[in-house]
Design a protein around this ligand. Structure first.
Ligand SMILES: *Cc1c(COP(=O)(O)O)cnc(C)c1O
Length: 393
């Protein structure tokens, strides 16, 4: 029995963590014993598997998801002064990738219910300089991608879906990865499957595919079809300024091994989300995550909102109270334009009122496949304890 003044847990439960098993370890060891630890066959194999899984024709793996987004902005020919519309409630990389190319991120407010970018707000932000849209499937809940593709088609815009949260999710029965012009997945350890660091772009467009390959490898090509000259078998040409953004074979082999388990990982996340939903739905003052009828979330994050009018303290105190109970809660995300870097570029505060309101009340609870029943139960106990302590009577 736990005493009132004792924390629910004595050590901190993280909000997310990878699941690595013996099969994963063996897959990496096999590469280490082989001939290629980079630029070998494991990478093309992993790329093909991700393409198959997400319903895309091509996939290009990168050192991380941020580099992959940079590659996608290059492939879409985003350049200085071009505007790209994205969500303020996302990780920094969704906007930074535009800046790498000299472009200007433009933030369109989120939807009150889904926390995803609001398609009507996208329309309001379109200008003659708009070149692309980077919608983000926040928490694993797909954006209204069909609507967004239609808006993009009407204005000749490229859609780069930031699906760092939504590997394994689907919209209207079709997998995420098969909708946008390019789709990015991240393999950071908190994401659905991991390669340590890693990311990938999937696309059905051959031109984008070739530009992604070029960009990942110094802007260099050896493809006889693309060469301007050919001075001999050693010959290579650099056609543009690219980077070294290559993934290693160790990472790709880990990715392939992890991908076998994607369905069970997503299933485990859905089960925990379901238990949370049941536990929190009836608690006055809490808002549980939205679930759309026409899409299936892959539940990267479980976010609750604490309705301010129900509590005697603000989110900061509630957050600290949860941490004091040993629950490693988090906040996803600070609206990107509030960052000092973006402020210094002239982005003013309070640009997206819905995002601001969301940010003031949101809290991410732990959610990952390895969580035990006891872990899940501890999170629920801690939330209930904090609610009782701080709810207005
Ligand atoms: C994780 C993440 C990224 C970047 O991925 P990295 O692999 O960490 O570089 C981009 N966008 C979102 C929304 C993310 O959560």
């Amino acid at each position: 029995m736990t005493l009132e003044h004792e924390p629910v847990r004595s050590s901190m439960l993280p909000y997310g963590q990878q699941s690595i098993d013996e099969e994963d370890i063996q897959a990496v060891v096999e590469v280490l014993r082989g001939d290629f630890i980079t630029q070998g066959p494991s990478i093309a194999k992993f790329e093909q598997q991700i393409a198959n899984r997400t319903g895309a024709s091509y996939a290009v793996a990168f050192t991380n998801g941020t580099a992959a987004l940079h590659g996608a902005c290059y492939a879409a020919e985003i350049g200085p002064g071009d505007e790209v519309i994205t969500s303020p409630i996302t990780f920094l990389a969704s906007a930074n990738c535009v800046r790498y190319q000299g472009g200007i991120p433009v933030f369109a407010d989120i939807d009150e219910a889904t926390y995803n970018i609001n398609p009507d707000k996208i329309k309001e932000k379109i200008s003659p300089k708009t070149k692309a849209i980077i919608p983000v499937d926040f928490s694993g809940q797909p954006v209204e991608i069909e609507k967004i593709m239609k808006i993009a088609a009407q204005h000749g815009l490229v859609v780069i879906e930031d699906a760092a949260h939504s590997l394994g999710a689907s919209y209207k029965g079709k997998p995420i990865g098969s909708w946008a012009d390019m789709t990015m997945f991240s393999f950071h350890p908190v994401k659905h499957i991991t390669t340590g660091e890693g990311g990938i772009i999937v696309t059905n467009n051959e031109i984008y595919y070739k530009r992604l390959l070029l960009f990942r490898n110094h802007g260099m090509t050896k493809d006889p079809e693309d060469l301007m000259y050919n001075e001999g078998p050693w010959y290579y040409e650099m056609h543009d300024l690219g980077y070294n953004y290559r993934m290693t074979d160790m990472q790709a082999a880990l990715g392939s091994s992890q991908l076998h388990k994607l369905d069970s990982f997503v299933e485990a996340r859905r089960k925990i989300a379901c238990i949370y939903n049941e536990a929190f739905a009836e608690i006055e003052g809490l808002v549980i995550p939205y679930q759309a009828d026409d899409s299936a979330s892959s539940w990267h994050l479980y976010v609750i909102q604490w309705k301010p009018e129900y509590f005697t303290v603000d989110r900061k105190v509630l957050f600290e109270a949860m941490r004091d109970e040993g629950i490693g809660v988090h906040v996803h995300y600070i609206p990107v334009y509030k960052q000092p870097y973006y402020q210094s570029l002239g982005y003013d505060m309070d640009k997206c009122p819905v995002a601001e309101r969301y940010y003031a009340t949101a809290m991410t609870l732990p959610l990952y496949p390895k969580m035990t029943d006891q872990d899940v139960y501890d999170v629920i106990s801690a939330v209930k304890k904090v609610v009782l302590k701080y709810r207005k009577s």
